[in-house]
Design a binder for this molecule. Structure first.
Ligand code: CMP
Length: 139
């Protein structure tokens, strides 16, 4: 099924000059980048984005990190896009990520883990709508 998912190159990924590397892996996987922007989130935007993690001990820290420096926000489209992009990223904890995944190759920290991707169709719809309006997404 053709799907859309939200992908973020987090501030550590942008700082490590990985924008091109992540975009290349996405395109090689056959996914289309249908929207893309470089933004610096405010603390409140980061808190709203990670609201599902509000009760977690890392909530303050991850929202500080995500609002500290610029990120690249993308909408990816394609068959099975959510699962395909999650496979490209690897596990949240880079130590558990499979070889050849973005996090295994580039992450050095469970929090500063280079990339984010929606984990379900429901969250993808929320996350895409959180950062993009319909006029910003190419059809
Ligand atoms: P992400 O896939 O964007 O979803 C939630 C984020 O919170 C996650 O990537 C990490 O950046 C961060 N995170 C998740 N688990 C932990 C943890 N145990 N310690 C610190 N940060 C975490």
């Amino acid at each position: 099924m053709k799907e859309r998912t939200l992908a973020i190159i987090k501030p550590d990924g942008v700082a490590k000059n990985l924008i091109g590397e992540v975009a290349k892996r996405v395109e090689m996987e056959g996914l289309k980048i249908v929207a893309m922007k470089l933004i610096r989130m405010t603390k409140n935007q980061a808190k709203g984005f990670y609201k599902v993690h509000e009760e977690k001990p890392f909530y303050e820290s991850v929202t500080d990190f995500m609002s500290g420096d610029p990120s690249v926000i993308m909408v990816l489209e394609g068959e099975d896009a959510i699962r395909k992009y999650r496979r490209l990223m690897g596990a949240t904890n880079y130590k558990e990520a499979e070889e050849g995944t973005i996090r295994r190759d580039f992450a050095t920290d469970i929090e500063k883990n280079v990339v984010h991707g929606s984990d379900s169709a429901e969250n993808a719809a929320f996350e895409v709508g959180y950062f993009f309006n319909s006029l910003e997404i190419m059809v």
